[in-house]
Design a protein around this ligand. Sequence first.
Ligand code: UDP
Ligand code: UDP
Length: 460
Amino acid sequence: MSDPGDLRVPHVALLPSAGMGHLTPFLRLAALLASHNVCVTFITPNPTVSLAESQSLSNFLMAFPQITRKQLHLLPLDESCPNSEDPFYYHFELIRRSSHMLSPLLSSLSPPLSAMITDMSFASTVLPVTDSLGLPNYIFFTSSAKMLTLYVSFHTMLGPNHTIKDDLQVPGLGPIPKSRMPPPLLQESNNLLKTFFIENGKKMTESSGILVNTYESIESETLAALNEGKVLRKLPSVISIGPLAPCFFETSQQLQWLDDQATGSVLYVSFGSRTAMSREQIRELGDGLVRSGCRFLWAVKDKKVDIEDDEKLTEVLGEELLERVKINGLAVKNWLNQEEILSHPAIGGFLSHCGWNSLSEALWDGVCILAWPQHGDQKVNADLVERIGLGTWDKSWGWGDGEMLVKAEDIAQRVSEIMGNDLLKLQALHIRDKARRAVGDCGSSTKSLTALIDTWKKFQ
Ligand code: UDP
Ligand code: UDP
């Protein structure tokens, strides 16, 4: 905590990227900084892609009136903006193309800023803006330190035709095999994700520091490798500040069904905020959950963007499956407050895509994971789940992205294995204790954050 007698209050502006996977850790960081007496301006690109983002933002700002919001109104599309299948990446690009408008916004803030914290997706477009204002800019990397090693190395791995031939090898660290990298990175053709990795990965080396939502006891070797120049010779400090604690600002939900279940008996099934499975895979999954005989709470998602996800459960699952689901589970097709679910005593396991925030929330609550990575950084994250003993991962399931159809009987078997694995449940509780220690009063992440805030005070 800052010394209450210390009147030098740093002022920091935060700029998150599109999607709940980026917005959520930024909101948590904003709340944490505010609790350390930092004055926070939260810049929100407008409009957002999903309803979840706009609702979460307005709930947050109501709960934290001391945090000032500034909107960055995004420029309309022009034809040179490459179209992408992914509405979130498209939005990243829109924000990148509107970055120059930050200059008047940032310089008009009062009191003047001590620093800026920018999402990794905008490093190459926002760092030139803050450089010209003489403002320190820290990049917030919203995935793991392991993923950061790939992010900053990617541009050095490119061969002819802009493809990569080899796995990523960092001395002293396990490799990141090509098969675990986000598939768009392996394509010959250019795509938005590849461009982001190349341009931002290069430019990040010029930032004032890189913040990561991780902590020493799960990624100490990777953090050391990054900070000792083993990944890239010239990197600014990589500062672990996690796991960022959930902050309860969402309105509480009615969970009568969950309240009625026995302690540790329910598997929570969710693939995050922006992953839709094929209908065929959704039905196979439903069948598998029923066959497992375990209790489950299943967040069904049929479209990437929530506003378009308007078909009823009966249409998505079919009447027969929906009836069978009701025997031992509950399927819902609306946004659930996941933080609240994971901390509920009835939850005993989590079938997860291993988005970095879902993973952080599971370890925060000591819930073990059955990993089923779908795309992006999720195989790298699933590997970590296995290595730290938080859960299991059946690698034969491949990527979720329509690569293969995972059959109901395989799902049923893995679900009953994890729900019956008492050792894993104990390990998860142990991991929870260490996670909370990292952000406790004398924890490693707390110390790093306090030191950073002290640096900002000096910049005043
Ligand atoms: N989330 C939630 N309710 C839902 C779906 C997702 O609260 O129904 C939250 C989840 O707790 C996490 C974030 O949305 O904080 C999703 O981020 P993550 O990195 O896990 O995955 P992504 O959605 O980016 O794939
Ligand atoms: N990613 C990134 N920078 C970008 C876009 C994506 O580092 O500009 C990372 C992202 O955090 C993850 C991977 O690329 O490590 C794939 O992202 P994913 O599809 O999971 O998207 P997300 O839900 O994080 O937006």
